[in-house]
Unconditional design. Structure first.
Length: 155
């Protein structure tokens, strides 16, 4: 794992963000972020970037804005190692918590974060549907409506 500082890393993050979410910006915790412009840790297999985690420093906390791992590298702890790097960064910066959000339909992400010790602490009803201006179908055909906010204490 390394911190993304190279322009080619930013370019690849842009490509992965487009692949995973179909847009360059992510809205989380009531703010919109351009993912590739944020600090990030990247995971590589040889020279190929296979995953990344983008984050932002907010008062008292680190906020994970986007975590993306290529499907063939999921379930082999790439995502867990990326979150571990964010935890280390939070410790260095003396932040109290790591925050992350996911949509109500993304049960795999919810299970992943909870397996790492994150807890749901807030639900923001309808914010994802309002962002897109419509109700969309997500994983298992569930309607995508709500932002689920999770936290993990690090201090």
């Amino acid at each position: 794992m390394q911190k993304a500082v190279l322009s080619r890393d930013q370019k690849r993050i842009e490509e992965l963000v487009q692949l995973f979410w179909g847009e360059q910006e992510q809205r989380t915790f009531d703010k919109t972020y351009k993912v590739a412009e944020l600090p990030a840790f990247v995971a590589k297999a040889g020279e190929e970037m296979v995953g990344f985690v983008s984050f932002v420093d907010v008062p008292d906390d680190l906020l994970v804005v986007a975590l993306g791992v290529l499907p063939e590298y999921q379930s082999v702890r790439v995502g867990s190692r990326l979150i571990s790097k964010v935890e280390s960064e939070a410790g260095k910066l003396k932040r109290k918590r790591i925050l992350v959000s996911t949509s109500n339909d993304d049960l795999p992400a919810l299970a992943f974060y909870q397996s790492l010790g994150f807890q749901i602490y807030e639900v923001k009803p309808n914010v994802i549907a309002e962002k897109h201006g419509r109700l969309m179908k997500g994983i298992a055909n569930l309607p995508i409506r709500d932002e689920l906010r999770l936290q993990k204490n690090v201090l």
